[in-house]
Design a protein around this ligand. Structure first.
Ligand SMILES: Nc1nc2c(c(=O)[nH]1)N(C=O)[C@@H](CNc1ccc(C(=O)N[C@@H](CCC(=O)O)C(=O)O)cc1)CN2
Ligand SMILES: Nc1nc2c(ncn2[C@@H]2O[C@H](COP(=O)(O)OP(=O)(O)OP(=O)(O)O)[C@@H](O)[C@H]2O)c(=O)[nH]1
Ligand SMILES: [K+]
Length: 438
């Protein structure tokens, strides 16, 4: 479906649903300017913009009824977002106006745009690579400043440059190998064989190390609080939130169902999950809560395992070996019954230990990934990078003729990462996640 309908002129409401100061209907394709001509009547000579012009006037339907007063921006292809002729009809941000203006463009022969189709056209016209298109999607969805910064870096092409750097090293070795294939006795010199591949491998490892941070910053993370009844889970959740969300009582077994709350921690949109206290119980409802707590812990990106520091220590009856865990010794304001250097001392009552806990959460979620560099932000990118790394590693240990094949595969995976060489279904999957109008 990717390239089908490219000759169509498409239209969509580009602004979010609901009422707003201004709303935009965007039209792109070969007939965009003639659609705008019929839907928009300018009042004065147009003012010039870098790639086209803008006009003030009225939006009309086919019968000539005035729908609104507004602006029309014209971008002549290829100097536009999509690379095609684009017209933007900027109206008052009323759903009623926008619906009629969109309908007026459809009455002129435009068809409704599919999700992400404007950005797809920018990709197909070569104005954005696939990683940049993914950055556009991430930017629209960015909930935190960290996510915004990463998406802006990705949109600038910084990720593509990091990947191109790796590809240059691989290409250098591949070229040297191919040049000497007929003279195997000569051997490829180290500076063309060992060194560029070692550098490419190390750069790719750095890049891959950013994948978890990139995905967590973009998608957000789930952080489950688990522990025995009365360990202080609800109290710590409230302390991290900064308001009383979860019920706190001295009765063990207060939280029986789970509860979620959103908060930003270390620049990451985090969903905190309070769970039922874990213990053996004959109560069917509580037992269901305990089973649920264990499964929530298994599905979380990070688990805070809480133990009451003011009571004798009892092992938590839960297998956490598969999870990332931060151990917390709660109620640190009370006289301690035990201590453990592997656990963080925290008091939800005085707030002591909370800054250290936030720091540990940041390290667990983002690692020490360099903030100024472009990260891998989607599983698709990480998967391509992992395949490229495996091929480069294989090439380093193989004789030249076999290494050449591995390096070609590595280059193919790198080209997939940026989207220069990618299957149509992969492209479709990327753009399916966009909203209509982008
Ligand atoms: N009204 C409006 N605001 C918007 C967008 C838009 O499409 N419309 N954008 C959409 O996401 C973003 C801006 N991105 C854009 C990227 C390129 C071009 C463009 O026309 N580029 C031409 C001309 C550049 C120039 O004259 O220097 C080009 O690159 O050739 C426009 C918007 C954010 N704000
Ligand atoms: N002194 C002190 N008391 C705390 C602290 N955190 C929790 N408590 C007390 O410990 C008791 C249990 O706290 P909760 O937060 O309800 O514990 P929970 O783990 O959510 O309990 P369940 O819902 O039963 O699993 C309450 O009486 C809290 O006031 C703390 O940091 N210091
Ligand atoms: K409780």
């Amino acid at each position: 479906m990717t390239r089908s309908g490219l000759q169509d002129t498409i239209a969509a409401i580009a602004t979010a649903p609901g009422s707003a100061g201004v709303g935009i209907v965007r039209v792109s394709g070969p007939h965009a300017l003639s659609v705008a001509d019929r839907v928009f009547r300018g009042r004065r000579a147009p003012s010039r913009t870098p790639g086209g012009r803008f006009l003030f006037g009225h939006l009309l339907d086919a019968s000539g009824e005035v729908l609104d007063e507004g602006l029309c921006l014209i971008f002549k292809g290829p100097r536009s977002y999509t690379g095609e002729d684009v017209a933007e009809l900027q109206t008052h941000g009323s759903p009623a106006v926008l619906a009629r203006v969109l309908q007026a463009t459809l009455d002129c022969g435009a068809r409704p745009a599919r999700p992400g189709e404007f950005t797809l056209r920018a990709y197909l016209s070569g104005r954005l690579d696939l990683a940049q298109a993914e950055a556009v999607l991430n930017l629209i969805e960015a909930q935190t400043d960290t996510a915004r910064r990463q998406a802006t870096l990705g949109l600038s092409g910084a990720l593509g440059e990091r990947v191109d750097g790796v590809a240059r090293g691989v290409t250098r070795t591949l070229a040297a190998i191919q040049a000497l294939l007929d003279y195997p006795e000569e051997g490829v010199p180290d500076e063309d064989r060992t060194l560029p591949l070692a550098q490419a491998e190390s750069d790719l490892r750095d890049l891959l190390a950013s994948a978890r941070a990139g995905q967590v910053a973009t998608r957000g993370a789930r952080l489950a609080l688990i522990g025995r009844p009365n360990a202080g889970k609800s109290s710590l959740l409230n302390a991290l939130l900064g308001y009383e969300r979860s019920i706190v009582t001295s009765i063990a077994g207060t939280t029986r169902d789970y509860l979620e709350a959103a908060v930003e921690l270390a620049g990451v949109p985090v969903t905190l999950v309070d769970t039922a206290g874990i213990r053996e119980t004959g109560d069917a409802i509580e037992a269901a809560g305990v089973r649920q707590a264990l499964s929530l812990a298994g599905a979380a990106d990070l688990v805070l395992a809480l133990e009451d520091g003011s009571a004798p220590r009892e092992a938590l009856p839960a297998d956490l070996s598969g999870a990332r865990v931060i151990r917390v010794r709660t109620k640190a304001d009370l006289p301690g019954a035990w201590s453990d250097p592997a656990a963080l001392d925290v008091s939800a009552v005085t707030g002591s230990g909370l800054p250290a806990l936030r720091g540990a959460i940041q390290v667990a979620l983002l690692g020490d990934t360099a903030r100024g560099e472009a990260w891998l932000t989607t599983e698709r990118q990480a998967d391509a990078a992992r395949r490229a790394l495996a091929h480069i590693q294989a090439a380093r240990t193989l004789p030249d003729d076999l290494a050449g094949y591995e390096l070609e595969e590595a280059l193919r995976a790198l080209a997939e990462l940026t989207g220069r060489d990618v299957q149509e279904d992969v492209v479709d999957a990327v753009f399916r996640n966009f909203c209509v109008g982008k």
